[in-house]
Design a protein around this ligand. Structure first.
Ligand code: SIN
Ligand code: CO
Length: 390
């Protein structure tokens, strides 16, 4: 029933106009945009997840505009019965990685490439609960589950100064320009940089579909490390034509562009850039380690499994993506690893990277191709693909 669930845009807006006029530009409140989704998690179950060792969770208590407490999970079950009746929020990260029915909430947003998604974070707030006025650096779809929440936003905050010495990022100035009370099924889209403050009117749950926007610093760090691992050590600086030095202590300014001409050969290598990009955006978050299967499987065993009607499913922590490089090849990226594929059609790569389950039929054109079977076997033995029966 939930298959093919779509976002119901407001009158006069469709996917194209949303992407053109709102995406990364302007907030949009979409009333009743996701009333089809049945929000398959109760507050008690969310609290249960926050007690798990490997799941990232936070408890934010807001005493007033200037006094905030932040506690990190995992929490003891008894912690929740000790809390006051109002003004706290429990937030649990990456819930989509643990519950497939929560991962389904990503479906209506699939018109955005999947590598851009970070996670579904779910919050439960008691009346008056909030995480305070703040700015996020990424786009977010705030989907209202249970209860009502009052959202106030300031689309173009003039200052981003924070109240000092607080454990949570709270803006010291916030002048809301728009305000809405959202109800179950309403979706508020916010691009990065919009100041927002959502206060629970009553006990409520908000499901945040958060996008991922790595910082330039993070990307340059990753890209240069990727290059360093691939550049030959043996290449060293070489002088341009050298006139006799009159002032030996002086660095001639033209050695700088000369040096960068040499380095640019690496920085501008399109082949390496493409490989880095796909690898970087499919890396799995450090705390979500994927365990390989206890016993490695052989090609024959995998083939047999598929021929018997078995399925392959991507590990819920994994990220898969593919790219047509323009140089007549397609690359497959899985959890930061790069596979050079030959003879795999874009359709097959798309299935491998995004179908709920992969069966023999989907793989038919290539199932007897030895190099493809090698790749498939490696993906299974790394734990990125799992054998499943339904
Ligand atoms: C919340 O769910 O309480 C916070 C979401 C946000 O402001 O980004
Ligand atoms: Co936010």
């Amino acid at each position: 029933m939930m298959n093919g669930m779509k976002l119901r845009f407001p009158e006069g807006i469709d996917t194209e106009t949303f992407l053109r006029d709102y995406w990364q530009k302007r907030p949009l409140l979409m009333r009743g945009a996701l009333t089809e989704y049945d929000f398959p998690l109760e507050p008690e179950e969310l609290a249960g997840l926050a007690c798990e060792e490997e799941i990232e969770s936070r408890l934010v208590i807001g005493h007033d505009r200037y006094r905030w407490e932040l506690h990190h999970g995992p929490f003891d079950e008894s912690r929740f019965s000790e809390l006051p009746e109002s003004r706290w929020t429990l937030l649990v990260q990456d819930v989509d990685k643990y519950l497939p029915e929560v991962a389904r909430l990503l479906e209506p947003f699939r018109f955005i490439p999947s590598w851009r998604f970070d996670d579904v974070m779910i919050s439960y707030a008691v009346p008056g609960g909030s995480v305070g006025p703040h700015i996020d650096t990424y786009d977010v779809f705030l989907v209202q589950g249970m209860g009502r929440r009052r959202w106030q936003i300031q689309p173009h905050p003039t200052r981003d100064a924070l109240i000092p010495d607080l454990p949570v990022r709270i803006l010291s100035e916030f002048e809301p320009e728009q305000e809405w009370v959202v109800e179950p099924g309403d979706v508020l889209y916010l691009p990065p940089g919009v100041a927002h403050w959502g206060i629970a009117e009553e006990a409520c749950m908000s499901w945040s579909v958060g996008l991922r926007a790595p910082s330039h610093q993070e990307m340059l760090d990753s890209f240069t490390n990727f290059l360093l691992e691939r550049m030959p050590e043996a290449e060293h600086y070489r002088d341009p034509p050298l006139p006799p030095a009159k002032q030996p202590a002086r660095i001639p300014a033209d050695v700088v562009p000369h040096t960068f001409n040499e380095l640019d050969r690496w920085l501008q290598d399109e082949r390496l850039r493409q490989r880095w990009f796909g690898s970087f955006v499919t890396e799995v978050k450090a705390h979500l380690a994927i365990e390989p299967p206890a016993e490695p499987l052989s090609k024959g065993e995998i083939l047999h499994h598929l021929r018997q009607g078995g399925l392959l499913k991507r590990h819920p922590f994994s990220h898969f993506a593919w790219m047509e490089t323009g140089a007549g090849e397609c690359l497959l990226f899985a959890c930061g690893d790069i596979y050079e594929t030959s003879g795999l059609s874009p359709d097959l790569l798309e299935t491998l990277c995004s179908a709920d389950a992969i069966d023999e039929e989907a793989l038919t054109p290539c199932i007897d191709d030895d190099s493809f079977l090698n790749t498939l076997t490696e993906l299974v033995n790394l734990g990125y693909l799992e054998l499943a029966h339904e």
